[in-house]
Ligand binder design. Structure first.
Ligand code: FPP
Length: 215
């Protein structure tokens, strides 16, 4: 796309995956607590979702919380979960109005009952929506996603339901959280780091990678 504005872009990617990094440093640069940065991050989430829907992106995946993020100080984890729950409650109607389906990529069972129930509720009511799928990666780690998929496939082989010689790339893709969705064509990471950080390692095989220093 070069420097062309995305609004005027001729080719809109089907699936965009974003690592929303740099919230903490953005806040620290302003002598504010990290949660101030995450609150600003939620505003950016709203803008990104709205813009993606407007320009015709069909699948948008946001890395909202990694399995590694559980190791952050308890107050930060608690604050992030509160922001997430609040976002889900306030955005449900907007998602319905804009025909956006919510899906979760990650270990939903590790989320608190409150967050999980809210998430499940929004996923259920938006299930018929089809203009865009918003995937929130929550308690997500790509290696464990792949291990889990292989475990399932190995179990089916051991049970005689599957022949190992028939296993192919599609069989693995079908076991991932993103099953049924195309792989991302574009990966974006904000915040200045140039890494994938255990995000969609299988699915990003052919994606274009775009890193920006913007926080
Ligand atoms: C990375 O910044 C961002 C996160 C770990 C959390 C992003 C999550 C939210 C904004 C909360 C709600 C999510 C949604 C989808 C509404 P960082 O803290 O790693 O920043 P740093 O690299 O500067 O430390």
């Amino acid at each position: 796309m070069g420097s062309e504005s995305i609004i005027g872009a001729r080719h809109i990617p089907d699936h965009v995956a974003i690592v929303m990094d740099g919230n903490g440093r953005w806040a620290e640069e302003r002598n504010r607590p990290r949660l101030y940065g995450h609150r600003a991050g939620v505003k950016s989430v709203r803008t990104v979702v709205e813009t993606a829907r407007e320009v015709g992106v069909k699948h948008l995946t946001l890395y909202a919380f990694s399995t590694e993020n559980w190791k952050r100080p308890a107050y930060e984890v608690k604050g992030l979960m509160a922001l997430l729950k609040n976002y889900l409650r306030t955005e449900q109607q907007t998602m319905l109005d804009n025909d956006i389906r919510l899906r979760c990529l990650g270990q939903m069972d590790r989320l608190s009952d409150g967050v999980r129930d809210t998430l499940a509720g929004v996923m259920e009511v938006t299930a018929p929506c089809s203009a865009m799928t918003l995937n929130l990666a929550l308690s997500y780690g790509s290696r464990s996603e792949i291990v889990e998929a292989l475990r399932t496939l190995a179990g089916r082989c051991a049970a005689g339901e599957l022949d190992p010689s028939g296993l192919d790339e599609q069989a693995v893709s079908d076991q991932l959280y993103t099953t049924g969705q195309p792989d991302p064509d574009l990966f974006i990471r904000t915040g200045g780091e140039r890494r994938l950080s255990n995000f969609l390692l299988w699915q990003l095989s052919y994606a274009e990678l775009y890193f920006t220093d913007i926080k």
